[in-house]
Design a binder for this molecule. Structure first.
Ligand code: FAD
Length: 330
Protein backbone atom coordinates (compact mmCIF):
# COMPACT_ATOMS: atom_id res chain seq x y z
CA UNK A 1 0.00 0.00 0.00
CA UNK A 2 1.36 3.41 -0.93
CA UNK A 3 0.12 6.42 1.01
CA UNK A 4 0.72 10.00 -0.10
CA UNK A 5 -0.07 13.05 2.02
CA UNK A 6 -1.64 16.20 0.55
CA UNK A 7 -1.69 14.48 -2.84
CA UNK A 8 -3.20 15.82 -6.04
CA UNK A 9 -6.58 14.45 -7.07
CA UNK A 10 -6.08 14.00 -10.79
CA UNK A 11 -9.15 15.06 -12.73
CA UNK A 12 -9.88 15.77 -16.37
CA UNK A 13 -11.67 19.06 -15.59
CA UNK A 14 -8.29 20.52 -14.63
CA UNK A 15 -9.47 21.57 -11.16
CA UNK A 16 -6.56 22.13 -8.80
CA UNK A 17 -7.50 19.65 -6.10
CA UNK A 18 -5.72 17.90 -3.25
CA UNK A 19 -6.65 15.42 -0.57
CA UNK A 20 -5.53 14.70 2.97
CA UNK A 21 -4.33 11.17 2.09
CA UNK A 22 -4.17 9.28 -1.19
CA UNK A 23 -4.13 5.52 -0.56
CA UNK A 24 -3.01 3.30 -3.45
CA UNK A 25 -4.25 -0.27 -3.03
CA UNK A 26 -1.95 -2.60 -4.93
CA UNK A 27 -2.82 -6.15 -3.83
CA UNK A 28 -5.29 -8.30 -1.92
CA UNK A 29 -3.55 -7.76 1.41
CA UNK A 30 -3.92 -3.99 0.96
CA UNK A 31 -7.70 -4.38 0.75
CA UNK A 32 -7.79 -6.09 4.13
CA UNK A 33 -5.44 -3.49 5.62
CA UNK A 34 -7.57 -0.39 5.04
CA UNK A 35 -10.10 -0.96 7.82
CA UNK A 36 -8.10 0.97 10.45
CA UNK A 37 -7.36 3.85 8.08
CA UNK A 38 -11.01 4.17 7.11
CA UNK A 39 -12.18 4.03 10.71
CA UNK A 40 -9.67 6.75 11.64
CA UNK A 41 -11.01 9.17 9.01
CA UNK A 42 -14.39 10.83 8.67
CA UNK A 43 -14.78 10.13 4.97
CA UNK A 44 -13.34 8.45 1.90
CA UNK A 45 -13.81 8.55 -1.86
CA UNK A 46 -12.87 5.94 -4.48
CA UNK A 47 -10.99 7.38 -7.44
CA UNK A 48 -10.40 5.88 -10.88
CA UNK A 49 -8.71 8.05 -13.53
CA UNK A 50 -10.73 11.12 -12.55
CA UNK A 51 -12.48 11.66 -15.89
CA UNK A 52 -15.96 11.84 -14.40
CA UNK A 53 -15.55 13.78 -11.17
CA UNK A 54 -15.89 17.38 -9.99
CA UNK A 55 -13.53 17.59 -7.01
CA UNK A 56 -13.21 20.36 -4.38
CA UNK A 57 -9.98 22.32 -3.85
CA UNK A 58 -9.29 20.21 -0.77
CA UNK A 59 -10.82 16.88 0.22
CA UNK A 60 -10.39 16.38 3.94
CA UNK A 61 -10.45 12.59 3.82
CA UNK A 62 -9.03 9.48 2.17
CA UNK A 63 -8.90 9.04 -1.56
CA UNK A 64 -8.72 5.31 -2.36
CA UNK A 65 -7.20 4.24 -5.65
CA UNK A 66 -7.18 0.61 -6.79
CA UNK A 67 -4.05 -0.46 -8.68
CA UNK A 68 -5.10 -3.88 -10.02
CA UNK A 69 -4.03 -4.08 -13.64
CA UNK A 70 -4.39 -7.74 -14.69
CA UNK A 71 -6.30 -9.18 -17.65
CA UNK A 72 -6.99 -12.94 -17.95
CA UNK A 73 -9.25 -14.73 -20.40
CA UNK A 74 -10.31 -18.21 -19.24
CA UNK A 75 -13.42 -20.32 -19.78
CA UNK A 76 -15.30 -17.56 -21.61
CA UNK A 77 -14.72 -15.09 -18.78
CA UNK A 78 -12.42 -12.11 -19.16
CA UNK A 79 -11.26 -11.00 -15.70
CA UNK A 80 -9.86 -7.49 -15.65
CA UNK A 81 -8.32 -5.44 -12.85
CA UNK A 82 -10.15 -2.23 -11.94
CA UNK A 83 -7.28 0.09 -12.88
CA UNK A 84 -6.88 -1.29 -16.41
CA UNK A 85 -7.61 1.50 -18.87
CA UNK A 86 -11.05 1.03 -20.45
CA UNK A 87 -10.11 1.94 -24.00
CA UNK A 88 -7.01 -0.27 -23.84
CA UNK A 89 -9.34 -3.11 -22.88
CA UNK A 90 -11.54 -2.43 -25.91
CA UNK A 91 -8.44 -2.50 -28.13
CA UNK A 92 -7.33 -5.76 -26.47
CA UNK A 93 -10.78 -7.31 -27.09
CA UNK A 94 -10.78 -6.29 -30.74
CA UNK A 95 -7.33 -7.89 -31.19
CA UNK A 96 -8.49 -11.07 -29.43
CA UNK A 97 -11.73 -11.12 -31.43
CA UNK A 98 -13.87 -10.73 -28.32
CA UNK A 99 -17.23 -9.28 -29.38
CA UNK A 100 -19.41 -6.60 -27.86
CA UNK A 101 -16.86 -4.04 -26.64
CA UNK A 102 -16.25 -2.24 -29.95
CA UNK A 103 -18.89 0.52 -29.68
CA UNK A 104 -17.42 1.60 -26.33
CA UNK A 105 -14.01 2.47 -27.79
CA UNK A 106 -12.32 5.68 -26.60
CA UNK A 107 -14.44 6.20 -23.50
CA UNK A 108 -11.82 7.61 -21.12
CA UNK A 109 -11.27 6.17 -17.66
CA UNK A 110 -10.69 2.89 -15.89
CA UNK A 111 -12.41 -0.47 -16.14
CA UNK A 112 -13.47 -0.27 -12.47
CA UNK A 113 -15.49 2.90 -13.02
CA UNK A 114 -17.34 1.51 -16.05
CA UNK A 115 -20.24 -0.14 -14.22
CA UNK A 116 -20.69 2.74 -11.76
CA UNK A 117 -22.65 4.80 -14.26
CA UNK A 118 -23.09 1.94 -16.74
CA UNK A 119 -20.93 3.64 -19.36
CA UNK A 120 -22.50 3.69 -22.76
CA UNK A 121 -22.11 5.08 -26.24
CA UNK A 122 -23.32 4.53 -29.80
CA UNK A 123 -26.15 2.20 -28.81
CA UNK A 124 -24.11 0.02 -26.42
CA UNK A 125 -23.79 -0.17 -22.63
CA UNK A 126 -21.18 -1.94 -20.52
CA UNK A 127 -23.89 -3.75 -18.52
CA UNK A 128 -24.46 -6.13 -21.45
CA UNK A 129 -20.86 -7.33 -21.21
CA UNK A 130 -20.64 -7.93 -17.47
CA UNK A 131 -20.99 -11.34 -15.87
CA UNK A 132 -20.09 -10.37 -12.29
CA UNK A 133 -18.18 -7.75 -10.32
CA UNK A 134 -15.72 -8.47 -7.51
CA UNK A 135 -15.89 -5.82 -4.81
CA UNK A 136 -14.48 -5.13 -1.40
CA UNK A 137 -17.22 -3.84 0.90
CA UNK A 138 -15.98 -0.85 2.90
CA UNK A 139 -18.67 -1.40 5.56
CA UNK A 140 -18.09 -5.05 6.36
CA UNK A 141 -14.45 -5.06 5.19
CA UNK A 142 -14.98 -8.28 3.29
CA UNK A 143 -15.10 -9.37 -0.33
CA UNK A 144 -18.39 -9.60 -2.16
CA UNK A 145 -19.06 -10.76 -5.70
CA UNK A 146 -22.10 -9.16 -7.33
CA UNK A 147 -23.97 -10.81 -10.19
CA UNK A 148 -24.97 -8.59 -13.08
CA UNK A 149 -28.62 -8.50 -11.99
CA UNK A 150 -27.66 -7.38 -8.48
CA UNK A 151 -26.24 -4.12 -9.88
CA UNK A 152 -29.62 -2.92 -11.27
CA UNK A 153 -28.08 -1.23 -14.29
CA UNK A 154 -30.05 1.49 -16.05
CA UNK A 155 -29.26 4.52 -18.22
CA UNK A 156 -26.05 6.04 -16.74
CA UNK A 157 -26.78 4.47 -13.40
CA UNK A 158 -26.41 1.40 -11.18
CA UNK A 159 -26.77 0.63 -7.50
CA UNK A 160 -22.96 0.68 -7.27
CA UNK A 161 -23.03 4.47 -7.56
CA UNK A 162 -22.32 6.08 -4.17
CA UNK A 163 -22.25 2.64 -2.55
CA UNK A 164 -19.68 1.19 -0.15
CA UNK A 165 -18.35 -1.21 -2.77
CA UNK A 166 -14.81 -0.78 -3.99
CA UNK A 167 -14.50 -2.65 -7.29
CA UNK A 168 -11.17 -4.46 -7.75
CA UNK A 169 -11.99 -6.90 -10.58
CA UNK A 170 -14.68 -7.26 -13.25
CA UNK A 171 -15.59 -10.52 -14.96
CA UNK A 172 -16.75 -9.88 -18.52
CA UNK A 173 -18.39 -12.35 -20.90
CA UNK A 174 -15.84 -13.15 -23.58
CA UNK A 175 -18.01 -15.46 -25.67
CA UNK A 176 -20.68 -13.07 -26.93
CA UNK A 177 -21.69 -13.73 -30.52
CA UNK A 178 -20.70 -11.20 -33.17
CA UNK A 179 -23.62 -8.77 -33.28
CA UNK A 180 -22.34 -5.62 -34.91
CA UNK A 181 -24.37 -2.57 -33.99
CA UNK A 182 -24.06 0.15 -36.62
CA UNK A 183 -27.62 1.51 -36.71
CA UNK A 184 -26.82 4.50 -34.52
CA UNK A 185 -27.59 7.70 -36.42
CA UNK A 186 -24.08 9.17 -36.59
CA UNK A 187 -22.54 5.81 -37.59
CA UNK A 188 -25.08 5.49 -40.40
CA UNK A 189 -24.37 9.04 -41.57
CA UNK A 190 -20.62 8.36 -41.59
CA UNK A 191 -21.09 5.13 -43.55
CA UNK A 192 -23.29 6.78 -46.15
CA UNK A 193 -20.95 9.75 -46.56
CA UNK A 194 -17.84 7.57 -46.83
CA UNK A 195 -19.48 4.82 -48.91
CA UNK A 196 -18.83 2.14 -46.27
CA UNK A 197 -20.62 -1.10 -47.09
CA UNK A 198 -22.29 -2.86 -44.15
CA UNK A 199 -21.62 -6.33 -45.66
CA UNK A 200 -18.71 -8.03 -43.90
CA UNK A 201 -18.32 -5.16 -41.44
CA UNK A 202 -15.90 -6.29 -38.70
CA UNK A 203 -15.77 -5.17 -35.07
CA UNK A 204 -12.54 -3.27 -35.77
CA UNK A 205 -14.26 -1.36 -38.60
CA UNK A 206 -17.06 -0.16 -36.32
CA UNK A 207 -14.53 0.80 -33.63
CA UNK A 208 -12.53 2.78 -36.19
CA UNK A 209 -15.63 4.65 -37.39
CA UNK A 210 -16.68 5.47 -33.82
CA UNK A 211 -13.16 6.62 -32.98
CA UNK A 212 -13.25 9.07 -35.89
CA UNK A 213 -16.71 10.38 -34.98
CA UNK A 214 -15.71 10.80 -31.32
CA UNK A 215 -12.52 12.68 -32.19
CA UNK A 216 -14.54 15.13 -34.29
CA UNK A 217 -17.19 15.84 -31.66
CA UNK A 218 -15.60 15.38 -28.23
CA UNK A 219 -12.58 17.24 -26.85
CA UNK A 220 -9.54 15.14 -25.93
CA UNK A 221 -9.30 15.52 -22.12
CA UNK A 222 -5.49 15.45 -22.36
CA UNK A 223 -5.64 18.68 -24.35
CA UNK A 224 -8.89 20.39 -23.30
CA UNK A 225 -10.12 20.05 -19.71
CA UNK A 226 -13.55 18.42 -19.62
CA UNK A 227 -15.53 15.56 -18.09
CA UNK A 228 -17.42 14.39 -21.17
CA UNK A 229 -21.20 14.89 -21.21
CA UNK A 230 -21.95 17.17 -18.32
CA UNK A 231 -25.69 16.44 -18.09
CA UNK A 232 -27.71 13.27 -18.59
CA UNK A 233 -30.35 13.25 -21.30
CA UNK A 234 -33.52 13.78 -19.24
CA UNK A 235 -36.18 11.06 -19.29
CA UNK A 236 -39.61 12.58 -18.71
CA UNK A 237 -43.30 12.57 -19.50
CA UNK A 238 -43.61 14.41 -22.83
CA UNK A 239 -46.78 16.17 -21.66
CA UNK A 240 -44.70 18.12 -19.13
CA UNK A 241 -42.40 19.74 -21.71
CA UNK A 242 -43.05 23.40 -22.37
CA UNK A 243 -43.11 23.89 -26.17
CA UNK A 244 -44.27 27.54 -25.96
CA UNK A 245 -40.83 29.03 -26.57
CA UNK A 246 -39.54 26.47 -29.10
CA UNK A 247 -41.72 24.11 -31.17
CA UNK A 248 -41.36 20.35 -30.72
CA UNK A 249 -39.37 19.87 -33.93
CA UNK A 250 -36.56 22.06 -32.56
CA UNK A 251 -35.93 19.49 -29.80
CA UNK A 252 -34.48 15.99 -30.13
CA UNK A 253 -36.87 13.50 -28.59
CA UNK A 254 -36.57 9.70 -28.54
CA UNK A 255 -39.29 7.32 -27.36
CA UNK A 256 -38.10 5.70 -24.13
CA UNK A 257 -41.07 3.74 -22.78
CA UNK A 258 -44.86 3.76 -23.14
CA UNK A 259 -45.19 6.90 -21.06
CA UNK A 260 -41.74 8.49 -21.16
CA UNK A 261 -39.42 10.13 -23.68
CA UNK A 262 -35.69 10.83 -23.60
CA UNK A 263 -34.77 14.39 -24.58
CA UNK A 264 -31.42 15.36 -26.10
CA UNK A 265 -29.85 17.62 -23.47
CA UNK A 266 -27.26 19.00 -25.92
CA UNK A 267 -30.02 20.52 -28.08
CA UNK A 268 -31.75 22.07 -25.05
CA UNK A 269 -28.48 23.78 -24.12
CA UNK A 270 -27.82 24.86 -27.70
CA UNK A 271 -31.17 26.64 -27.73
CA UNK A 272 -30.50 28.68 -24.56
CA UNK A 273 -26.72 29.11 -24.60
CA UNK A 274 -26.76 32.63 -26.09
CA UNK A 275 -28.53 33.85 -22.95
CA UNK A 276 -25.87 32.56 -20.53
CA UNK A 277 -23.67 35.00 -18.63
CA UNK A 278 -20.12 33.93 -19.58
CA UNK A 279 -17.93 32.48 -16.84
CA UNK A 280 -14.25 33.42 -16.55
CA UNK A 281 -13.05 29.82 -16.32
CA UNK A 282 -15.81 27.58 -17.69
CA UNK A 283 -17.49 27.47 -21.10
CA UNK A 284 -19.41 25.26 -23.50
CA UNK A 285 -17.35 23.25 -26.01
CA UNK A 286 -17.82 24.58 -29.53
CA UNK A 287 -18.47 21.18 -31.15
CA UNK A 288 -20.76 19.75 -28.47
CA UNK A 289 -23.07 21.76 -26.21
CA UNK A 290 -23.29 18.99 -23.63
CA UNK A 291 -19.60 19.28 -22.80
CA UNK A 292 -18.35 21.94 -20.38
CA UNK A 293 -14.69 22.83 -20.69
CA UNK A 294 -12.40 24.76 -18.35
CA UNK A 295 -9.22 26.78 -18.82
CA UNK A 296 -7.46 24.83 -16.05
CA UNK A 297 -8.10 27.58 -13.48
CA UNK A 298 -11.66 26.67 -12.56
CA UNK A 299 -12.73 25.64 -9.08
CA UNK A 300 -15.51 23.21 -8.23
CA UNK A 301 -17.73 26.25 -7.50
CA UNK A 302 -16.99 27.83 -10.89
CA UNK A 303 -18.05 24.62 -12.64
CA UNK A 304 -21.17 24.10 -10.52
CA UNK A 305 -22.23 27.77 -10.76
CA UNK A 306 -22.03 27.68 -14.55
CA UNK A 307 -23.91 24.37 -14.61
CA UNK A 308 -26.63 25.73 -12.38
CA UNK A 309 -27.02 28.76 -14.64
CA UNK A 310 -27.58 26.37 -17.57
CA UNK A 311 -29.99 24.28 -15.56
CA UNK A 312 -32.02 27.33 -14.51
CA UNK A 313 -32.39 28.61 -18.08
CA UNK A 314 -33.28 25.16 -19.43
CA UNK A 315 -35.89 24.77 -16.69
CA UNK A 316 -37.41 28.22 -17.30
CA UNK A 317 -37.54 27.59 -21.04
CA UNK A 318 -38.65 23.94 -21.30
CA UNK A 319 -39.83 22.98 -17.80
CA UNK A 320 -37.10 20.32 -17.82
CA UNK A 321 -34.57 19.77 -15.02
CA UNK A 322 -31.13 18.57 -16.03
CA UNK A 323 -29.16 16.17 -13.87
CA UNK A 324 -25.38 16.52 -13.66
CA UNK A 325 -23.62 13.37 -14.92
CA UNK A 326 -20.11 13.61 -13.36
CA UNK A 327 -19.75 12.86 -9.66
CA UNK A 328 -19.51 15.84 -7.33
CA UNK A 329 -17.03 15.14 -4.51
CA UNK A 330 -17.94 16.85 -1.24
C1 FAD B 1 -13.98 13.26 -23.24
C2 FAD B 1 -14.84 12.34 -22.42
C3 FAD B 1 -15.74 11.52 -23.06
C4 FAD B 1 -16.56 10.65 -22.32
N1 FAD B 1 -17.42 9.86 -23.00
C5 FAD B 1 -18.23 9.03 -22.31
C6 FAD B 1 -19.15 8.18 -23.01
O1 FAD B 1 -19.20 8.16 -24.24
N2 FAD B 1 -19.97 7.39 -22.27
C7 FAD B 1 -19.91 7.36 -20.90
O2 FAD B 1 -20.69 6.60 -20.30
N3 FAD B 1 -19.04 8.14 -20.22
C8 FAD B 1 -18.21 8.96 -20.88
N4 FAD B 1 -17.33 9.77 -20.20
C9 FAD B 1 -17.29 9.72 -18.73
C10 FAD B 1 -16.15 8.82 -18.17
O3 FAD B 1 -15.28 8.48 -19.18
C11 FAD B 1 -16.71 7.54 -17.55
O4 FAD B 1 -17.63 7.84 -16.54
C12 FAD B 1 -15.60 6.67 -16.95
O5 FAD B 1 -16.14 5.42 -16.59
C13 FAD B 1 -14.91 7.30 -15.73
O6 FAD B 1 -13.78 6.52 -15.42
P1 FAD B 1 -12.70 7.02 -14.38
O7 FAD B 1 -11.77 5.90 -14.11
O8 FAD B 1 -12.08 8.27 -14.83
O9 FAD B 1 -13.61 7.25 -13.08
P2 FAD B 1 -13.56 8.46 -12.04
O10 FAD B 1 -13.91 9.72 -12.73
O11 FAD B 1 -12.30 8.44 -11.28
O12 FAD B 1 -14.75 8.04 -11.08
C14 FAD B 1 -16.07 8.02 -11.56
C15 FAD B 1 -16.96 7.35 -10.50
O13 FAD B 1 -16.62 5.98 -10.39
C16 FAD B 1 -16.27 5.65 -9.03
N5 FAD B 1 -15.19 4.66 -9.12
C17 FAD B 1 -14.07 4.74 -9.88
N6 FAD B 1 -13.34 3.63 -9.75
C18 FAD B 1 -14.00 2.83 -8.87
C19 FAD B 1 -13.74 1.54 -8.30
N7 FAD B 1 -12.65 0.84 -8.61
N8 FAD B 1 -14.64 1.03 -7.41
C20 FAD B 1 -15.76 1.72 -7.08
N9 FAD B 1 -16.05 2.94 -7.57
C21 FAD B 1 -15.19 3.49 -8.46
C22 FAD B 1 -15.84 6.97 -8.41
O14 FAD B 1 -16.01 6.94 -7.00
C23 FAD B 1 -16.78 7.94 -9.10
O15 FAD B 1 -18.03 7.93 -8.46
C24 FAD B 1 -16.48 10.63 -20.91
C25 FAD B 1 -15.55 11.46 -20.26
C26 FAD B 1 -14.74 12.30 -21.00
C27 FAD B 1 -13.74 13.18 -20.30
Amino acid sequence: MRIEKNALISNSLGINSRCKLLVNLECNDDLYSIEDLIKAHSKYYILGEGTNIIPPSFYDGLILKVEFNHVNNNNNILSVGASYNWSDLVTFCIKENINGFENLIDIPGSVGAGPIQNIGAYGAEVSRLIDSIDCFCLNSFSKKSLKNTECHFSYRNSTLKNSHYLIYNINFKSNLKKDISYKYNSIQKYMTKNLVNSDNLMIEDVAKIISIIRSETLPNPNKIHNAGSFFKNPIIDKKLINFNKFPEDKLIIWNYSDSLVKVGAARLIELIKDRLIPSKNVSIYKNHSLVLITNGKATQDDVLDFASQINKLVYETFNISLEIEPNIIN
